[in-house]
Each structure stands twice: as structure tokens, then as C-alpha cells.
Design a protein around this ligand. Structure first.
Ligand code: GAL
Length: 379
């Protein structure tokens, strides 16, 4: 869990933005809720490497340098992350790490980096994904500092099959999530509903376990009309997320047990958004010790039921995909809830209210909304 600069600042990120994000994580209570890593995405580097092939921080945008920025982040009880790519260049055309993995991993460790997001852009020089990502995995393993290795290969070569074996701790399973509900256009990136559809179709829940996570991309929560934090005017396809879409987005990422990287500008963040990002019931579902990925139990064009087995029961989500408010109903027997006896406690993760059921679970759900219940057998 943490914050990443990309969805909020894209290629304009500066050290002031990163410091402000670190301060905001502390002041808003997000750090104490578990958002720990502060990751600088693409565009932190200067053009060209130094004589030894090392990366250099952009002298205008990061004048204090990366070691100083890492110190600033660490001093606030947070961890520090950087970005590079398994190619000649990053996606925005800056120098990257292919062929210089050892040098860069040592550099990252010297700077105090705790997390590396490793993208898939630039010239691959004929090398396949496993080879390229293994090279950085080995380099990170060889340095004297634990560094979380976040593989960002967009799911092109099934990283869920090899990511863990090359030292990865998580691997992106799709193209980028954009701050809208549905794009219908892969070139543009995927809307939130598109990502959930893609994850369902991939059917890769079995690839996930503690320490090796399927990553449906960073959160776009907050990048909508409530916050006006989108970096650009919406295009024809893009329409920022509404309040209810933000909630469904966050609920699904928790249900998937996904890495949670806030991607919105946290300076001046609203209380409503903070309430969503710190919802203790949803965070407990995301962080459940079994570390499983939620899976669909029932999908139809208007209503879906998903569930995720938890250490003491399961989370069950009822997602209204239609245009009208509707009641969605299921039964524990048709979900991942471990069935035992005939009494279950149910907690509504939005209201916090709890009740008992003999097995039926139902909720009245607004269009695009999701009811989320935590269900456990009564002992
Ligand atoms: C993409 C990646 C994004 C972001 C961007 C930076 O390839 O999927 O998450 O890192 O590059 O240029």
C-alpha cells in the first residue's frame, strides 16, 4: 500500500510533489491506515546517464537528488520507491535499465530505495520478458537492501506464470487503468469496469498468494469530478469517475487483494475520499492474511456477485451493472463463504452495520454501485 506519482502528476512530477505527498500521507492518517510506500514513477531521471551508466535525477525537478528525497520520506516513517524500465528507455523516453541492472540496483540500494516499479518500455534488444525481468530480479537480490520488485509488464507475457520465480512481488496483469468507467478502447487504456472484466476473463486467481500479487494497476480513486484532480480535460472517451464509481473501484481492488497505490493528489484531499481510502472493513479484506484474489460467482449484464475467501469467512460483493437501482441476492452456498452450520454474521462494509442470516445475502444497490459484506459462520 502506498502512493504513486503517475496518476496524479504524470510526467510533471517534482521533488516538491513527492515531499507534499509524503507529508499528506502522514497528516491525513493514510500512513497509519497502511499506505506506506511513496513511489516516484516515470520522469524523475535526467536525459542521459553518467560516465558509469548510472541514472541521474533530473537536476531541475529533483535538485536535492534521490538520496535526500529518500531520507525525507524515511524520516516520516514511510518507504521510498522509484521507477525504471526493462528496456533501453522508459515509456516517456528517459534512460532505463536494460543491460545495466547491477549498476542501477546498487544505485537504488545506495539511495535508500525500498521499492522498484519496473516497466516494459524501450528497446528490448531482442530479449524476452522473462529474461529481462529476471536480470533485474537477480540484481535486486544481490544488493544489501530489501527492495520490493513490482513488475509492470502489462500482462503481455503472462507474468503471473513467472513473476514470482524471477523475484517479483507483484505483476501488472493489464494495460493502464484510466480515470473513467469504461473506455471500450484498449489503445487508450482501460476503464475501471474494463479492468474488472479483464481480470475475470484472465482467470488467474490461483497465481496469487502472499508475497506474489496480481496487480490490476494503481488506484484512480479520487481522479474525478469530486476532486477535480484529473491532469487533463477528459477526452471523448474519458469521463472522470463519479462518487459511486470511486467506491466500486476501491471495493473491487480490495476484493481482488490488489496492491493499493493511491494515485491522486493528496494535497487538499476531501474527507469523503479519505473515508473511502481508509475504510477499515475494506482494507481488512484487501490485507487479509490468506492473500487470495476474489473471483466471480455469477456474472450477467446487470448484476454480478464476487467473493473472496478470508481467514475467518469471506467477503461477498454484489455489483449492479445495470442502469436502475436493483436488489441483488445470493446465498452463501453460491459463494466462497465456508459453509458451516446455518447461521452467519454479515457486516455491511459501507455502513458498518451487522446482522445474522441463515444464508441469504441481499442488498439494494444503486447503478454501478457495489454492496460489500463480510460474512463469517457463527461458531
Ligand atoms: C506505463 C505504465 C504506467 C506508467 C507509465 C509511465 O507503461 O503502465 O503505470 O508507469 O508507463 O510512463
Amino acid at each position: 500500500m502506498g502512493w504513486n506519482s503517475w496518476n496524479a502528476h504524470s510526467c510533471t512530477v517534482t521533488e516538491d510533489d513527492v515531499r507534499a505527498a509524503a507529508d499528506a500521507l502522514v497528516e491525513t492518517g493514510l500512513r497509519d491506515a497502511g499506505y506506506e510506500y511513496v513511489v516516484v514513477d516515470d520522469c524523475w531521471m535526467a536525459d542521459g546517464t553518467d560516465g558509469a551508466g548510472r541514472l541521474r535525477a533530473d537536476p531541475d525537478d529533483f535538485p536535492s537528488g534521490m538520496a535526500a528525497l529518500a531520507d525525507y520520506v524515511h524520516d516520516r516513517g514511510l518507504r521510498f520507491g522509484l521507477y525504471s524500465s526493462a528496456g533501453s528507455h522508459t515509456c516517456q523516453g528517459y534512460p532505463a535499465s536494460l543491460g545495466r541492472e547491477r549498476t542501477h540496483a546498487e544505485q537504488f540500494a545506495d539511495w535508500g530505495v525500498d521499492y522498484l516499479k519496473y516497466d516494459n518500455c524501450g528497446d528490448h534488444r531482442g530479449r524476452d520478458a522473462v529474461d529481462r525481468y529476471a536480470a533485474m530480479g537477480e540484481a535486486l537480490a544481490a544488493v544489501d537492501r530489501p527492495i520490493v520488485y513490482s513488475i509492470c509488464e502489462w500482462g503481455r507475457s503472462n507474468p503471473w506464470e513467472w513473476g514470482y520465480n524471477v523475484g517479483g512481488h507483484c505483476w501488472r496483469v493489464t494495460d493502464d487503468a484510466v480515470a473513467t468507467w469504461h473506455t471500450g478502447d484498449d489503445e487508450f487504456g482501460l476503464g475501471i469496469a474494463d479492468i474488472v472484466d479483464r481480470v475475470a476473463a484472465l482467470d488467474i486467481a490461483a497465481a496469487q498468494a502472499p508475497g506474489g500479487w496480481n496487480d490490476p494497476d494503481m488506484l484512480q480513486v479520487g481522479n474525478g469530478p469530486d476532486s477535480a484532480q484529473s491532469q487533463h480535460e477528459p477526452t471523448d472517451i474519458e469521463r472522470p469517475l463519479s462518487t459511486v464509481e470511486n467506491r466500486t473501484h476501491f471495493a473491487f481492488w480490495c476484493l481482488l487483494g490488489a496492491p493499493l497505490f493511491v494515485g491522486t493528489d493528496l494535497t487538499g484531499v476531501s474527507d469523503d475520499l479519505l473515508d473511502l481510502l481508509t475504510n477499515e472493513h475494506l482494507l481488512a479484506i484487501d490485507q487479509d492474511p490468506l492473500g487470495l484474489q476474489g473471483t466471480p460467482d455469477r456474472r450477467d449484464p446487470t448484476a454480478e456477485v464476487w467473493s473472496k475467501r478470508l481467514a475467518d469467512g469471506a467477503a461477498v460483493a454484489l455489483w449492479n451493472r445495470g442502469a436502475e437501482e436493483r436488489e441483488i441476492r445470493t446465498h452463501v452456498d453460491d459463494t466462497s463463504v465456508p459453509t458451516a452450520g446455518d447461521r452467519y454474521t454479515v457486516r455491511d462494509c459501507w455502513s458498518g452495520e451487522a446482522w445474522e442470516t441463515h444464508g441469504t445475502l441481499s442488498g439494494t444497490v444503486e447503478p454501478r454501485g457495489t454492496a460489500v459484506f463480510r460474512v463469517s459462520p457463527v461458531q
